[in-house]
Design a protein. Structure first.
Length: 425
């Protein structure tokens, strides 16, 4: 009997060690359950995409069961000077910031400082008695509204079902109404505080009744503001002290320090003829400029403000795959991770997939259309960065470019296919 109990204890101990697994380099892809020969197909494809000028360069990182099986960069950071892109360069990760902000909210929930069903007006009074847009005059941006049926909640912000739109990149109604009230996508803002902007947002009409649709919007910027209010820290300080430092993320910033500025990747775009050229602005029209990560500001966009490296963000994703543990630290409980990575929008539509608390979730129906297994959670950023975490295969995948207005978006799905076909365990 004692022997049986000892064996059970050993098994439990092994499970606990695996759940806290840190990323290590595989001695070769085969030792990490991947095929070197099949990964060569990924090498060949990425180099071909550079040669065809579908992208100036890209970096990729694949981790299987905690082991790095692929970590490479191809192409150029500077096409004119033929400066190679490096795998430890710093990328604008834009909306990949949202997952980190969502984790911050869940950490505060676990500390008993908020409930997901709390109304936002509990923390920012302007969100009391909101209205919903029903008519919009494009000619003069006037509109009419009806009262919202209910108050928006923190949960609806996490699921993008609140009815908030997106400034600068959202619907024509949202873009016009928010621009008129100096509400932006949050990048490079130097003339407003986050709380002031979110207070104004509370007075703007919602694009639909709360909870009735999925609308990608400024929800996570608002969540970032709530983190600041509830924690008493700036979002920058909260991320650094509560997430980045405990995990060992050393290259993730709202403001890239001067000593690392040279590592910020150039941003490229396609001109009308499909040729690549350096960008001097971003897809966020208005005050945002391409070098916003180098502009020191106190406005921290929880929806899109961070820059990071492949490896740093992979640490964050591995923590999620480890049920909230990494580097000897437990950031979240496994049940919080469970909540974040399951369908939270019910029957609402997001193509073949669903949405959790901060992530797109691959469904059985969606899995039938792609290589990804059911339960894979993912998102990306506006400047062509993407990530996926497949809990069933124990895979973390990241594919980073710094590109906008690309007409070759299919390379993202091709990258994912090329990753899955190389599994050899």
């Amino acid at each position: 009997m004692k022997k049986v109990l000892f064996i059970i204890l050993l098994i439990l101990l092994q499970v606990d060690i695996i759940s806290a697994q840190k990323i290590v380099s595989a001695t070769n892809p085969e030792s990490g359950g991947f095929s070197s020969t099949r990964l060569q197909r990924l090498d060949n494809s990425m180099n071909e995409w550079v040669k065809k000028e579908w992208m100036n360069g890209a970096a990729a990182l694949i981790i299987h069961d905690g082991k790095i099986v692929y970590h490479k960069a191809v192409g150029f950071n500077d096409l004119e000077n033929k400066t190679p892109l490096k795998k430890d360069d710093i990328f604008r990760i834009a909306s990949q910031t949202k997952a980190i902000t969502s984790v911050a909210i869940m950490m505060l929930m676990e500390e008993g400082k908020l409930l997901l069903n709390d109304p936002v007006s509990k923390y920012i009074p302007s969100f009391k008695k909101q209205t919903v847009l029903v008519k919009f005059n494009e000619a003069d941006t006037t509109y009419s509204t009806v009262p919202a049926k209910k108050e928006i909640t923190i949960r609806e912000l996490l699921t993008h079902t609140s009815g908030l739109g997106y400034a600068q990149i959202g619907s024509k109604e949202a873009v016009a109404i928010y621009a008129k009230n100096n509400i932006t996508g949050g990048l490079g803002v130097t003339n407003s505080s986050l709380l002031d902007a979110m207070t104004r947002l509370g007075k703007m009409p919602l694009m639909h009744q709360p909870g009735e649709k999925f609308t990608y919007g400024l929800n996570t910027d608002l969540l970032g503001c709530l983190v600041e209010i509830i924690s008493g820290s700036t979002l920058d300080d909260f991320f650094r002290t509560r997430i980045f430092e405990p995990l060992g993320m050393k290259d993730t910033y709202f403001y890239v320090p001067q000593e690392k500025a040279a590592r910020l990747v150039n941003l490229y775009t396609e001109d009308a003829e499909g040729h690549l050229q350096k960008s001097t602005t971003t897809v966020l029209n208005g005050p945002t400029v391409f070098n916003y990560p180098l502009i020191k500001t106190g406005y921290y966009s929880g929806g899109g403000g961070l820059s990071s490296t492949l490896y740093d963000y992979a640490i964050f994703l591995q923590m999620l795959l480890n049920n909230g543990r990494y580097n000897g630290n437990q950031l979240l409980s496994r049940n919080s991770i469970r909540m974040m990575t399951m369908n939270q929008i019910g029957e609402l539509s997001l193509g073949a997939d669903k949405f959790g608390l901060g992530f797109q979730i691959e469904t059985e129906k969606g899995s039938a259309l792609t290589s990804a297994r059911e339960g894979t959670f993912s998102w990306g950023g506006a400047f062509a960065t993407s990530y996926w975490v497949d809990p069933k295969e124990k895979i973390v995948m990241l594919f980073y470019r710094q590109l906008q207005n690309s007409t070759h978006g299919e390379v993202v799905e091709k990258f994912r296919n090329l990753t899955y076909q190389a599994i050899a365990d």
